[in-house]
Design a protein around this ligand. Structure first.
Ligand code: SF4
Length: 389
């Protein structure tokens, strides 16, 4: 690998590997007195945290590199893995650099986790973010504006400084740049997945969980510049969209396995919260209204969002078409209610369109990929064989 690309990917990998969140500690050392606020999947308006002069830190569990010692004691065995590893991260002191945590209302598991946090860490700021499921501007929009205003007011108290509209508009502009860079990255990967392999794209995108947004945007732009200079060849792979990875994240080994098995991932819902708003948000006028309106009108489609306007599966089919994908892999965390309850409706929609699909489940600490390799390889082969008939 060329040194410049190696440096970018190496740094992103190091941030991914670092379960002690050293980048957050470093940021706080460089910004004395400033606070860092963690947030769970799926979506929180990071602009408000940023405008408060704080660092938003995405927490998506402990992946396959964290041994669960105490976390299992807090949850029953038949739920997903992310809450136990998140508790483990906290109880082992790895999240001590965080001055608060935000828990958006994605599912009951996250709701329970937020309650547990309050019991375990009574001295730390915790907020359950009640995300609306009504997307009428006069109902859900009004509710959401009040909810995010309450968050803003909390952060004013926590930070001891006002959050002005001017600061909010500047933060919205910073995140607009970040959104634009991510959109460009996804477009580039869709056009040339062999140039921007998903395991690389993923760690570069995930660096945004711990880096300040402007630094992260610079990293994405540098990666977009450098990756095409590497000599990489296209392969006879199938083009695949993966669905179900919006909360608990698959281990990196799983993404590598899919590509080794003959699947170019050209669309996905990995770390979807960081790509939740699909357009730019206005940077003038009333920022809280603009943030609320963007959420109501331009949220992405996903299992944890009720969408009365579009039929289930419409967005997935659109993603298949936009990315010229040949098939869909339902790849969801075990016991993930939002992803798995959505799946039959999405399967029906794909069947109606004659789009091939397969499915398996994972846990963030899945360590054996042999079966997944065989299944994904067979799926990819079947797509190529049938498409040639
Ligand atoms: S993985 Fe699914 S069930 Fe578990 S916390 Fe996330 S959304 Fe909820």
């Amino acid at each position: 690998m060329r040194p410049a690309l190696e440096e970018i990917v190496g740094r992103a990998n190091a941030l991914y590997e670092d379960l002690d969140f050293g980048a957050v500690t470093d940021w706080k050392r460089r910004n004395p007195g400033r606070k860092a606020i963690g947030y769970m999947p799926i979506y929180v308006p990071r602009e408000i945290v940023h405008a408060a002069g704080m660092l938003p830190v995405g927490i998506v569990g402990g992946s396959d590199r964290l041994e669960i010692i105490r976390g299992d004691a807090y949850f029953q065995s038949y739920i997903c893995h992310i809450p136990r590893s998140t508790i483990e991260l906290a109880l082992s002191g790895r999240l001590d650099s965080l001055d608060g945590m935000l828990f958006p209302s994605i599912c009951d598991v996250i709701r329970n986790l937020s309650g547990m946090w309050k019991l375990l860490f009574p001295d730390r700021y915790v907020r359950y973010i009640d995300v609306p499921q009504n997307f009428d501007a006069r109902v859900g929009g009004e509710f959401w504006r009040r909810e995010i205003e309450a968050l803003r007011d909390d952060l004013v108290v926590l930070g001891g400084e006002p959050i002005t509209d001017d600061a909010l508009n500047k933060s919205i502009a910073v995140y607009n740049e970040n959104r634009r860079a991510l959109i460009d990255l996804y477009k580039a990967r869709s056009e040339q997945p062999w140039v921007f392999p998903t395991p690389e794209l993923y760690v570069v995108m995930r660096a945004g969980n711990v880096l300040p947004p402007d630094e992260h945007t610079a990293m994405i732009r540098a990666y977009l510049d450098e990756a095409p200079r590497e000599d990489r060849e296209d392969k006879d792979h199938s083009r695949i969209v993966i669905v179900g990875t919006f909360c608990e994240q698959p281990p990196l080994g799983l993404l590598r396995t899919l590509e080794r098995a003959g699947c170019w991932i050209v669309g996905d819902d990995l770390l979807l919260g960081n790509r939740w708003i699909e357009t730019e948000i206005p940077t003038e006028g009333k920022p809280m209204e603009n943030l609320s309106q963007a959420f109501i009108e331009h949220s992405t489609a996903t299992a944890s969002r009720y969408d009365a306007e579009r039929a289930k599966g419409e967005s997935l089919i659109q993603s298949v078409r936009d990315n010229e994908a040949e098939g869909v892999i339902f790849c969801a965390p075990s016991f993930c209610d939002p992803a798995l309850l959505d799946q039959p409706m999405l399967v029906n929609a794909l069947d109606r369109e004659g789009i091939s699909h397969t499915q398996f489940k994972y846990s963030e600490d899945t360590g054996q990929f042999g079966v997944i390799h065989e299944q994904a390889g067979t799926f990819s082969d079947s797509i190529r064989l049938w498409s040639e008939v």
